[in-house]
Design a protein around this ligand. Structure first.
Ligand SMILES: *[C@@H]1O[C@H](CO)[C@@H](O)[C@H](O)[C@H]1NC(C)=O
Ligand SMILES: *[C@@H]1O[C@H](CO)[C@@H](O)[C@H](O)[C@H]1NC(C)=O
Ligand SMILES: *[C@@H]1O[C@H](CO)[C@@H](O)[C@H](O)[C@H]1NC(C)=O
Ligand SMILES: *[C@@H]1O[C@H](CO)[C@@H](O)[C@H](O)[C@H]1NC(C)=O
Ligand SMILES: *[C@@H]1O[C@H](CO)[C@@H](O)[C@H](O)[C@H]1NC(C)=O
Length: 458
């Protein structure tokens, strides 16, 4: 923590208490060193939470959630690229690869029976981020790109053409609550993954899918390409006729960043520029409320009423980094985006001054409050880190790598030991998976009807 007022404290004890309570991380716009130091102070408690919350003793598996660690690794990899600070790389590299699981597809049998497509998608984004950032590969393991491709291939295998003319369902299995929904983050997230794989690998399969997912989203009620609104989900049960119109920052971020990658990859296609500008307009208008001077990001659907759950606390950090990508990849957007990210960082600098249970520099939920609002945890630290990292990305303005600049990230890179199967090839759903899913479904149905009696009837 910064105590800029320490000399004053020493001489004027009375003022000391008030001044330390107001102390902020001392991060200053365009001052790279101050941003890096502030980020480090945000990361320290985040990594303590990370260790504490691996209560099952499995690397990269947090209690009651699986994907959050994946999005934390995504954030730390981006931070590493923007700052050069590699002090977390060993943990990130090991634990990220560990969670790729037994088939190197982020669909380990430990968790696969209760996952949403969006859960797996976040690990895909973490690994494409690693490829773009030039994050060191792991000896004898598949390349990060191969893992991202494995996620992509599995996900497109679940594309549902049966109802509403296409789309990714929220959940993977029919017995899960929410299986009937097609939500923005599963579709926008896969769109962004496809766009980034397209730009990274220059393989046309990904370009075609990016187009396909965008086009379906724009037809389905998820994306309004006249008003540039992103709805949260549509429902197969009513032919996708009554969308849920809750407004979430990360939904906008997935479609916006994907469009920015496509714009850059297509060397400035007007079609993508129009989409970037359209979505950017509503994103900046919706999530930077006047209440905080229009330059500080807010999760408007839950923040004002303090009901954000652990997932929603994270969203602003993602949007911040995806806005930074947009500014880098679509240079004409930079002047609009910069003040929004800078204002957010200045708010974060003031807000991350919470103290609790012997920990310092705790960040809260509401950046615009300019002080800690009492919401603490890994998620709040991660969102703030995303906000600071976005500012460092603007300063370095480094273009995300492609295979040309990161030739180490070969597309097909098979583990030297193990099955020898290319992990990026789609894996058929095995009988064991199906059996497991079926058993779970039976258990759940039994639970719903409140009795297992019928199970033993002949
Ligand atoms: C799956 O669970 C087992 C048993 O708890 C554990 O040893 C293993 O590391 C887990 N694998 C992953 C990828 O979490
Ligand atoms: C392009 O990507 C797709 C999907 O991962 C893969 O099936 C195909 O083999 C790739 N093409 C080339 C030329 O690598
Ligand atoms: C989004 O949802 C709202 C409210 O349900 C609806 O009025 C709007 O038309 C939806 N957007 C699209 C593109 O369908
Ligand atoms: C793509 O991104 C690079 C890196 O920021 C930038 O220099 C280039 O101008 C972008 N391409 C287009 C067409 O804007
Ligand atoms: C996990 O982290 C939260 C903060 O997000 C903390 O309050 C909680 O005690 C941790 N859980 C465990 C089991 O350590």
């Amino acid at each position: 923590m910064h105590f800029l007022t320490r000399p004053l404290c020493a001489s004027l004890l009375l003022l000391c208490h008030a001044q330390t309570a107001l102390s902020d991380l001392g991060m200053v716009v365009n001052d790279d060193a101050s941003l890096k130091k502030g980020a480090q102070e945000i990361i320290a408690p985040m990594m303590i939470f990370y260790k504490q919350n691996q209560t099952e003793g499995i690397p990269g598996k947090l209690t009651d959630t699986w994907y959050v660690a994946g999005s934390m690794f995504m954030t730390l990899i981006q931070y590493w690229q923007a700052s050069g600070d590699d002090s977390n790389n060993d943990v990130v590299s090991h634990d990220l690869m560990f969670q790729a699981g037994e088939n190197y597809d982020f669909f380990s049998a430990n968790y696969s029976q209760w996952l949403g497509n969006d859960d797996q998608m976040f690990w895909g984004l973490a690994t494409i981020t690693a490829s773009e950032a030039g994050f060191p590969e792991r000896e004898g393991k598949p390349s990060w790109t191969s893992l991202a491709r494995a996620v992509f291939n599995e996900q497109v295998g679940r594309w549902d053409s049966q109802v509403c003319g296409g789309g990714m369902r929220w959940q993977v299995w029919p017995y899960q609550a929410g299986y009937q929904l097609k939500n923005a983050v599963s579709n926008g997230g896969l769109f962004a993954l496809a766009a980034r794989l397209a730009r990274f690998t220059k393989n046309n399969t990904y370009t075609e899918w990016a187009d396909k997912i965008w086009d379906w989203s724009a037809k389905s009620g998820l994306l309004d390409v006249t008003k540039w609104l992103v709805n949260d989900s549509v429902n197969n049960d009513d032919q996708c006729k009554t969308p849920d119109s809750l407004q979430w920052s990360y939904n906008y971020g997935t479609y916006l960043s994907g469009a920015a990658f496509m714009y850059n990859y297509t060397n400035g296609d007007e079609k993508w520029l129009k989409r970037v500008n359209g979505l950017l307009g509503t994103t900046l208008q919706t999530f930077f409320p006047q209440k905080y001077g229009s330059n500080v990001m807010s999760e408007v659907a839950c923040e004002p009423i303090m009901t954000c759950d652990r997932n929603q606390i994270c969203f602003k950090g993602y949007l911040a980094m995806w806005l930074a990508f947009t500014s880098i990849l679509v240079p004409s957007t930079k002047d609009q985006i910069m003040p929004k990210l800078q204002g957010s960082m200045e708010a974060i600098s003031k807000m991350c001054n919470g103290q609790s249970d012997g920990q310092n520099n705790l960040c809260g939920l509401t950046w615009g409050e300019n002080k800690f609002d009492g919401v603490k945890g890994l998620e709040a630290q991660m969102a703030a880190l995303g906000g600071v990292t976005a500012n460092m990305m603007l300063l370095t303005a480094e273009s995300p790598n492609t295979i040309d600049s990161n030739p180490g990230a070969k597309e097909h890179n098979v583990p030297s030991s193990g099955s020898g199967q290319d992990p990026s090839e789609p894996k058929p759903i095995t009988t064991a998976d199906r059996a497991g899913a079926w058993i779970l479904m039976v258990i759940m149905v039994a639970g719903i009807t409140g009795s297992v009696g019928w199970l033993v009837k002949p």
